[in-house]
Design a protein around this ligand. Structure first.
Ligand code: ZN
Length: 423
């Protein structure tokens, strides 16, 4: 690996080299439309890092040349909200929902998250890693090179640690980068249904200290929602997480306006995620606290809802919007960021350029990876994708298509399928 890394690579003949170069911070307002595109661009990579971007110029003789064939080259997607480690699927519930059952009805009779928890508790770390590798391949082949990865299907001390250890192994054993988040407060497990305060104490007094001590997570997250974790409980858990040095994220205002966005602002979390029901006051609170909204249209689509988060209002208010898949076995079973770009354009009226910024550089900043990832600029890690199109807008326009043609992580090809013929 190391000898292979010590090499120089020039990607030439890029119809559009979409650099996302710009200020060293998340992009807001009109900046979301500025992709820093270089026509007929060349990307030079040395030892896994970007050395230069520009028009075709002199290339060293010892340089390996990759002909992009007049395609679009851009940073790997950074998916800032996923639940990628679990056992089993919920295809049966999906069928029931197609016949009219609601997500809440299915949860109320022990399905939903609890059914994935039951299957995940019964699985070993090895089994979870095997399942997770399959999903890692899916992310990579759609052009995603970094994912934020939540626990939350264990809901006991040992099972939550098991999930976070599986995430750590997937990070080490696959080319996909994982940023781990502890989500012990995903739901109240059934054995604590009658004593929810005890479960909150378990998360605060036992899980958080172990997770921090073993350095198994960078962030903590809570599902703040009516009938899940109240704003009071969420405040307690996230305040404790902060004391352990974890960054804060929050599932907020997904199914109802439950004060999640306001609480996120009060706590100064890094992100507030979902926000389908957030109102103008919530948007103003997020703005004043500098919280990044992470919008998840895949879950709105897959639940058959039409209530998408108010992205335009958020962009107009100056929020540094992020888009993510929310990949999970229940409400959003897609790893595909191009699918999310399509939904953002058709249902949230974001332009393709805004959506790409939200899925790359803004997402990287929301994970504290802005200085290393999310754009193609000298000094950054060479995670990039050659997409089989000659105009970046086609990524959102053609949907249901796998655009990614060649995928690179740290300058190494991680492409997992046979390549299409060059045009
Ligand atoms: Zn989620």
């Amino acid at each position: 690996m190391s000898s292979e890394k010590s090499r120089t690579l020039a990607v030439v003949n890029c119809a559009q080299l979409v650099t996302l170069a710009g200020p060293a911070r998340p992009r807001i307002g009109a900046e979301l439309r500025e992709l820093g595109i270089i026509e007929d661009g060349t990307l030079v990579v040395r030892n896994g890092f970007i050395e230069s971007v520009g028009r075709r110029s002199h290339i060293d003789a010892d340089c390996e040349v990759i002909d992009a064939g007049g395609r679009v080259v851009m940073p790997g997607f950074v998916d800032a909200h996923t639940h990628p480690v679990f056992a089993g699927t919920r295809a049966g519930e999906f069928e029931e929902r197609s016949q009219g059952a609601t997500y809440q009805e299915i949860s109320a009779r022990g399905g939903g998250i609890q059914s994935t928890v039951n299957q995940t508790r019964a699985a070993s770390v090895d089994e979870l890693v095997t399942a997770g590798r399959r999903y890692a391949d899916w992310f990579l082949r759609t052009g995603t090179t970094t994912v934020e990865a939540k626990s939350g299907y264990g809901l006991s001390l040992e099972d939550e640690l098991k999930l976070l250890r599986a995430i750590k192994r997937l990070d080490a054993e696959t080319p996909l980068r994982y940023v781990p988040t502890f989500l012990g407060a995903h739901t109240i497990p059934k054995e604590y249904a009658a004593r929810r305060a005890d479960y909150v104490s378990l998360v605060i007094d036992e899980m958080l200290p172990r997770v921090a001590q073993e350095k198994l997570a960078e962030f903590a997250d809570v599902f703040c929602e009516a009938n899940v974790f109240s704003t009071d409980e969420s405040w307690k858990i996230l305040s404790a997480a902060r004391c352990h040095g974890l960054g804060l994220r929050m599932h907020a205002d997904q199914l109802s306006l439950a004060g999640g966005a306001k609480l996120a602002a009060e706590l100064g979390t890094i992100t507030a995620d979902h926000l389908e029901h957030t109102d103008a006051d919530g948007i103003a609170a997020l703005k004043s606290a500098g919280v990044q909204p992470v919008l998840l249209p895949g879950s709105v689509y897959a639940l058959g809802s039409s209530r998408y988060p108010p992205a335009r209002e958020m962009i107009d208010a100056g929020l540094a919007v992020v888009l993510a898949t929310d990949f999970n076995p229940g409400s959003s079973p897609t790893p595909s960021m191009p699918m999310i770009l399509s939904l953002a354009a058709t249902h949230m009226k974001m332009t393709p350029a805004e959506a790409i910024t939200a899925a790359t550089i803004n997402a990287a900043y929301s994970l504290n990876r802005g200085p290393q990832l999310g754009s193609l600029e000298p000094g950054k890690i060479a995670d990039f994708v050659i997409h089989d199109c000659d105009d970046y807008r086609q990524l959102a326009y053609f949907f249901g298509v796998e655009h990614a043609w060649q995928v690179y992580a740290s300058g190494l090809s991680v492409t997992l399928r046979s390549s299409a013929a060059l045009r």
